[in-house]
Structures are given as C-alpha cells and as structure tokens.
Design a protein. Structure first.
Length: 122
C-alpha cells in the first residue's frame, strides 16, 4: 500500500468544551486521466487507516470513467472530487460524492500516523 497524496488529521482544540475524537482524512490525487481505476483502488486501501478517504480526479476525464467512479465511490463510501487540472492556479474543486465516515483499523492508524506525526504537529 502506498502513501496518500494528502494526509490530514482533524483534532479538537484545547478550548473546545466537547472534544470530538481525532479523525484521519486522506486523499489520492491524480492530475491526468490515466489509471483512474488504480487510483480508486488506492483510495479504497487507505480506508484501512483513515476515517474518510477521497479520490480527486481531473474534470476533463472521460464522462464514462467519471460516471463509473461516481457509482463506485457511492457504493464503497469513498469521496469523489473533480477539478480543473489544466489550470493549477484555479483548480475549481467540486465535490461529487462526500466520503462516508467509518472506523478504521487502529493498528494501521497508529502505524501510519507515526510516519507523518512530526509534520502534522502531533
């Protein structure tokens, strides 16, 4: 299993009265339309150690491919975001499917958090 392109942690602030539990959110980003199904597989694999997983693909991908990804993302609880890859200054992100929250395997959460803990300030 590879490393997600984006690895984020939502955590409560010290000032919060009701502290929500820590949540790991990841994203696999593709800037071209090649290997979109492989990218979907990566996003699925990241559910092992994240509470939410997103797949981010170029808006100009084949409509058939985006349609298939849309359906697969709904079925598997993966978030789907499309963006304008050809205009990096204004990517114009659009959430097509929101990721479902689920409980990952905490062994793998801890294993992966250790890899990025310093960068995340944990």
């Amino acid at each position: 299993m590879g490393t997600p392109d984006v690895f984020g942690v939502l955590r409560p602030r010290e000032s919060d009265i009701v502290k929500l539990p820590l949540e790991v959110v990841v994203a696999e980003i593709k800037t071209d339309s090649a290997q979109l199904i492989t990218a979907f597989g990566q996003a699925c694999a990241y559910k092992l150690f994240s509470h939410r997983s997103y797949l981010v693909v170029p808006r100009d991908s084949s409509p058939d491919d985006i349609g298939r990804l849309d359906a697969l993302c709904v079925i598997f609880g993966i978030g789907l975001i499309v963006f304008s890859a050809k205009v990096p200054d204004t990517p114009d992100y659009e959430i097509r499917v929101r990721a479902s929250k689920h409980e990952p395997d905490m062994f793998y959460v801890n294993q992966n958090i250790k890899l990025v803990a310093e960068e995340l300030g944990l």
